[in-house]
Write a protein that binds this ligand. Sequence first.
Ligand code: SF4
Length: 364
Amino acid sequence: MNTNVQLPVIDEASINRLAAQAQPAIPVAGAAKDRLISRIRQLLREKDAVLVAHYYTDQDLQILADATGGCVSDSLEMARFGHSHPASTIMVAGVRFMGETAKILNPEKRVLMPTLEAECSLDLSCRSDIFSRFCDAHPDRTVVVYANTSAEVKARADWVVTSSIAGRVVEHLHQLGEKILWAPDRYLGGYIRKVTGADMLLWPGYCIVHDAFKAEGLAALRKSHPEAAVLVHPESPMEVINQADVVGSTTQLIRAAAALPHPLFIVATDHGIFHKMREVAPTKRFIEAPMGGTGATCLSCAHCPWMAMNGLANLAHALETGEGEILVDPEVGRQAMVSVKRMLDFAEKLKVQATDAANIVSPA
Ligand code: SF4
């Protein structure tokens, strides 16, 4: 490592301020909600559009995506689904980098989002100009970035990975003797480094939702619920990961909820995932892992403030008006496509889906 180059300092205050400013979607209920849902169904048909939603979005959006032939999934599967679907417009309910990934994989299609202001603290922590300089300072390292990054950062990377397949990719590179520059999630990177033993230089970003899960609270909750299994997303701190029965991506955790025999699950990830967990395991119970605070002291309260900006009303508005279109510079998109495709080809070669259960790791 070039010791003259310092790791960048994350501007936590700015990220926290943006998170606190995120406006949740306007709630709708009763007849107004029914009317909006009918209108969206009609608009999806009229505009030749398909709705893809992330597991962390409001359950009304997830239900609507499933009911209209769309999909509810993680970021990569959302993009791949949009790519294989014949619709000319992809409506992405999630955060901006997900819309950008959809656009990178589907440059010929129109990609819309309910709001373009839905950020991600990982994406915000990794400005492309600073990141690019950091990569330049470490030319001996293969650059692997998480999907939660801007199109420009993806374009600068050698590989883009999701949490489902990150361990496999790093293991592969490690076996080839390559040293890795990993960005932006320090917790996921640290976890993969521990599992694979790879030489990884970690960018210091983190997810404000998963960072808030607390190890002591989890230990106490676990003690009072010996019948529970603990499911942890690897964006959580290592002390929390160390207590997990299963560590995995969103899709992997949902599959674990269905597969494991436990009647109760303590879940360390965004509680938006409970909708799908209850769907696949209707007789089981799910509770949130303890966080750092509640109410005014809690930045996320186990729910991403930017995911919460997606709602029925702004989704209908975007479909109606075409506002909220994701645009990616074509040259940036072409470069980013190379590193995204590298992962897809790798997954294909391994004969695994990037969202499958092959990477579930049980440290317990
Ligand atoms: S939950 Fe965390 S990683 Fe996911 S979009 Fe929100 S801030 Fe980003």
